[in-house]
Design a protein around this ligand. Sequence first.
Ligand SMILES: Cc1cc2nc3c(=O)[nH]c(=O)nc-3n(C[C@H](O)[C@H](O)[C@H](O)COP(=O)(O)OP(=O)(O)OC[C@H]3O[C@@H](n4cnc5c(N)ncnc54)[C@H](O)[C@@H]3O)c2cc1C
Length: 461
Amino acid sequence: GIPDPPDALRPTDVPGSIHPSAPPAQSTADVNTDPAARDVIIVGAGIAGLRAAQTLQQHGRRVLVLEGRNRIGGRIWTDESTGMPLDLGASWIHGTQGNPIATIADQLNATLIATTYDDVQRFDPTGNPLTNNLNDRIDALLERSFARARAHAEEQNSDISLQAALEAVLDQEPLDAHDLRLLNYAINTVFEHEYAADSSQLSMRHFDHQKELNGGDAIFGRGYRVIIDFLAHNLDIRSGHIVQRVAYADDGVTVVTAHGALRAHAALITVPLGVLQRGGIVFDPPLPSSKQRAIERMGMGLLNKCYLIFPEVFWGNTTLLGYVGERKGEWAEWLNLNTLLGIPVLLGFNAATFARTIEAQSDASIIQSAMRTLRIIYGTDIPQPVDYRMTRWAADPFASGSYSFLATGAAPNDYDTLAQPVGKRLFFAGEHTHRDYPATVHGAYLSGERAANEMLSTNDA
Ligand SMILES: Cc1cc2nc3c(=O)[nH]c(=O)nc-3n(C[C@H](O)[C@H](O)[C@H](O)COP(=O)(O)OP(=O)(O)OC[C@H]3O[C@@H](n4cnc5c(N)ncnc54)[C@H](O)[C@@H]3O)c2cc1C
């Protein structure tokens, strides 16, 4: 028999089950004669899985999507329980030009709000706004140190981390404590937040290899979930179905959940890299060692969000607030949702090690820590938040992190290895399988489309 999943693997985040679980499916019959058998079982109802399912269904394939959580969307998750659409996963369309997500948003008449990262006000450790000179100095320090670090890394025989390269450069040309703090702030907000990893983890050779779309970035006025709802329309999705095991052979696949085993011609695995890394699904036979090694080499980063909802707005109008504090990465970046959405909400971001440390604490102490920073900037008489929403993406067993990055020693080729089908029946998609646009919604979406086309071009699936 199949043992019950441990408690940690039970679905936890439950803002309403969108697609209630169907009755247990028992079929283990032959895939060719069993009328209940599907052409394709897709594991994961994130954007990659949903786009693949939609594409396959449009081509007449019988598709079943199995989702472990009691909600769909994966790392796209709009929480509306406060009455405001708060995106706990992805917020931005990164580059609206030629972006399939922007195309769907346009079709749906969804409100998009353009954002710019230049509109930022920064504060020093005592809460004073930085002068223009100091703001310029941050940019200059970053530009110079980064260019020299890159040059240094290129002279090495093997890959080193961004931090190791920076330290080598700073050894030759030391900065005083003040400049070092400015540089650390820039490294944190420019690189560590974007790649969700410490500079000591990022591959200096490759970490920023990905391509970027033009057209500027935008967020959704009513939340990212419009995209998910559109893609999920008319699909057969079973939520609360945690896939434990996938057996594959030349004649089909068997996908096992606590509800039973299901047969299909082929399976598409879209679970996050973090889930693959911790062996969240057992593959039978085990995945080829080339794929296993790529899974291990690649990094799974962490970016957490903390929404603080206030009774009134006590901050200014700039889109972003920066805190250039003494401790690198500590509540260094805030998004002003009053300016963007007209709601009295500040969104704090934390990445990598600081995010991991914070994640382990109670909600109350996380809020206390955030408020300490805001009080330094805005004074001790600012109001307490009336409500909040915060994420713990590392502890979430259906994500085990936020998104993939190229760790020291990994290379862009690893994305291709993760994308490769295994045999004729087992396929892979997800943000971590898109070489050009990893760690994004559009990359995940395009990876689902690619996997669906791979399946359609083999006669069996
Ligand atoms: C905090 C945060 C901020 C982000 N910001 C942005 C942004 O602004 N712009 C942007 O473009 N991207 C952003 N991203 C990245 C983007 O959200 C992801 O790249 C994208 O949503 C990934 O989609 P996916 O389908 O590959 O994976 P997922 O959405 O994670 O889908 C995988 C699905 O598999 C399910 N699953 C896992 N294990 C099992 C199992 N054993 N059985 C069954 N189902 C299982 C999961 O529950 C999930 O629904 C952000 C991500 C995070 C976490």
